[in-house]
Design a protein around this ligand. Structure first.
Ligand SMILES: Cc1cc2nc3c(=O)[nH]c(=O)nc-3n(C[C@H](O)[C@H](O)[C@H](O)COP(=O)(O)OP(=O)(O)OC[C@H]3O[C@@H](n4cnc5c(N)ncnc54)[C@H](O)[C@@H]3O)c2cc1C
Length: 416
């Protein structure tokens, strides 16, 4: 084939994995590969959960982006201004125009705390925090250290959010942390969500609601936060319900990257990119693919999802160049460790059609599913090493692939 140019927008989890996989797949004389990201700080985002509790420091979970990319991948430290789909070109903030044969969109989500009335007003980063950014997580760590009890409300404003289990994990870890500090009896812990249950999937929700109640964490459902009075310590829902807080830990609204909205035809009303749920090709043009949090796919916005998608997407870029039929092999597979405090974690594994089932993963001899265990907690901690050394470089991991394994699963769900 003649030498092709592949441009990857975003050098986070999905962009880095995809660029490295493509680099392994194509020789330098077959394809040149470009990655664009606005900065050179690659954050291991699952680590943000541990920062507020002093279990990780921001410096330990950030590495230079450039160093995660294989030799022969060209890195542009630029903001993407827009995509000209008609002309197969990307415009960068310094005026550079990057033409492409294939475009891969991996620009994730944008946090939008300013979209909730009052949230970024008085009290922001003093009494109301988010751990979804490195800066927010570090500020929350200082606030928790000085917290002496009161009402701690964990709230997610609206779906979709990345890692939908992360606010639940925060609530469980907060319970553990406050008990360790001997101030749990002086603290009311509240978990408020716009969902009608603890989580999006019914069987897992039942387990998680059981755990919340065991830990004496109040669950408030169908709470659509509309307004925050940070100074007065009040969270108000659209239907007029109020939740008082001394400390608010919020997961703000998520939207797609602003350039998606500026690029005609590329995204939907929220700035997410419509994407084929099985091939990861976008309907805007056959040479545009997308993966990770930037898509509109009905699965979790999670690193595991992004990893499974990257395998199918890489294959499909090769098939696109070869003029072959695309692989419809992505089944919505998602896999999440849920930290529950006291050195334990749950594991859930699901796809578009099958909700989390009990059993073991990936085979009958693997990690327990939907059950708290120390092994899962160790798996969660070990994952950081796997992320930097196997996932990002684009290495194959036995047992972890785009198709959800059914071998260790119990087909008749057991309720909590
Ligand atoms: C607190 C927290 C805990 C999490 N825990 C887990 C977990 O336990 N397990 C799990 O699987 N997932 C977890 N996740 C989710 C996981 O981190 C994301 O789903 C994953 O990183 C998505 O990859 P991505 O490539 O789509 O987006 P990102 O990795 O976010 O990358 C997007 C990149 O695009 C860049 N970008 C955006 N717009 C532009 C622009 N206009 N110009 C240039 N660059 C741009 C950004 O700088 C960024 O580097 C967690 C996330 C958070 C916040």
């Amino acid at each position: 084939m003649s030498r092709k140019r592949i441009v990857v927008l975003g050098g986070g989890t999905g962009g880095t994995m995809t660029a490295n996989r493509l680099r392994r797949r194509f020789d330098a004389d077959e394809a040149e590969i470009h990655v664009v990201d606005r900065d050179d700080r690659h954050v291991y985002q699952p680590g943000l959960l541990f920062v507020p509790f002093g279990l990780a420091r921001v410096e330990e979970i950030v590495r230079p982006r450039r160093r995660q990319l294989r030799n022969g991948v060209v890195f542009h430290e630029n903001e993407v201004e827009s995509v000209w789909v008609e002309r197969d070109e990307v415009l960068l903030d310094d005026g550079t125009v990057l033409p492409y044969d294939v475009l891969v969109i991996a620009t994730g989500v944008r946090l939008q705390p300013e979209e909730t009335d009052g949230l970024t007003g008085p009290g922001w980063n003093e009494r109301a925090f988010t751990f979804y950014s490195p800066e927010g997580a570090a500020q929350l760590q200082r606030a928790l250290e000085g917290f002496e009890g009161g009402r701690l409300v964990v709230n997610l404003v609206d779906m979709p959010i990345k890692c939908p289990v992360a606010p639940l994990e925060f609530a469980f870890l907060a319970d553990w942390y406050l008990r360790e500090r001997g101030i749990r009896h002086r603290t009311e812990l509240v978990y408020s969500t716009p969902l009608d249950a603890a989580f999006t999937k019914p069987i897992a929700s039942e387990h998680l609601a059981g755990l919340l109640s065991e830990r004496e964490i109040e669950l408030v459902t169908e709470f659509n936060a509309g307004e925050v009075d940070g100074a007065g310590g009040k969270l108000v829902s659209y239907d007029g319900r109020e939740l008082d807080f001394d400390l608010l830990v919020t997961v703000p609204l998520h939207g797609g990257a602003p350039y998606v909205e500026r690029s005609p035809g590329l995204g939907d009303a929220l700035g997410f990119v419509p994407t084929d749920r099985r091939t990861l090709q976008t309907p805007v043009k056959p040479n545009v693919f997308a993966l990770g949090d930037a898509t509109d796919l009905p699965t979790s916005k999670a690193g595991s999802v992004t990893h499974f998608e990257a395998e199918v997407l890489t294959e499909n870029v090769a098939r696109y160049f070869a003029g072959a039929e695309l692989d419809a092999g992505y089944d919505g597979h998602a896999n999440c460790f849920i930290e529950t405090g006291f050195h334990k974690a749950l594991l859930i594994d699901f796809n578009y059609e099958t909700e989390p089932l009990p059993g073991r993963f990936p085979t009958a001899f693997g990690l327990p599913l939907l059950r708290e265990s120390r092994l899962n907690h160790l798996g969660k901690l070990m994952f950081q090493w796997v992320y930097w050394h196997a996932l990002l470089p684009g290495r194959e991991i036995p047992g972890l692939g785009p198709a959800m394994p059914m071998r260790g699963k119990k087909q008749t769900p057991i309720h909590a």
